[in-house]
Design a protein. Structure first.
Length: 138
C-alpha cells in the first residue's frame, strides 16, 4: 500500500468511521454478489457445454463425447448447489443465467439464427429472474 493510500485510510478511520464502515459493507456486498454471479455463470457454462458435448456425440455416435457431457452436467449440479439459497430461488435465478448462456451459445458459437420470439422470451425470463432475486413486491 502506498503512503498516500495509507494516510487516507488512516484519516478516514480517525475522522469518519461511519463512512468507512458503510463503504466496507458496500464493497463486501458487491464482492458477495460477484461471487454468487460467478458461481451461477460457471454452473451455466458447465451445463451448456455438457449438453453441447452430448449433442455432438449423438450425431456420429461418439460415446466418449456423450460420457464427457454426462460428467460435465454432473459437475454443474455440484457447482450450482455451492450457493446456500432456498432451492426455489436458486433454480429460479439460475434458469435466467442458463437461458442467457444457452441462447448466446447457440447464436455466437453454433451460428444459429435466433428468432425474435426467442429473444423476447429471454427478456421475459430475465425480468422473472430479477423479480425472484430482488423481491420488488415484498
Amino acid at each position: 500500500m502506498e503512503l498516500s493510500q495509507f494516510l487516507l485510510s488512516y484519516m478516514c478511520k480517525l475522522f469518519c468511521p461511519e463512512i468507512t464502515l458503510q463503504l466496507h459493507e458496500l464493497f463486501e456486498g458487491w464482492i458477495l454478489q460477484i461471487k454468487e454471479l460467478s458461481i451461477l455463470l460457471l454452473a451455466a457454462l458447465l451445463e451448456v457445454s455438457g449438453d453441447l458435448l452430448i449433442r455432438l456425440g449423438m450425431r456420429p455416435s461418439k460415446y466418449v463425447l456423450i460420457a464427457s457431457g454426462f460428467i460435465i452436467i454432473g459437475s454443474y449440479g455440484v457447482t450450482v448447489n455451492l450457493l446456500h439459497w432456498d432451492f426455489s430461488k436458486l433454480l429460479g435465478v439460475y434458469i435466467t443465467v442458463f437461458a442467457l448462456i444457452s441462447i448466446l451459445t447457440g447464436w455466437l458459437i453454433l451460428r444459429e439464427q435466433v428468432a425474435l420470439s426467442t429473444w423476447l422470451g429471454l427478456v421475459i425470463i430475465i425480468i422473472g429472474g430479477a423479480v425472484i432475486q430482488f423481491k420488488p413486491f415484498g
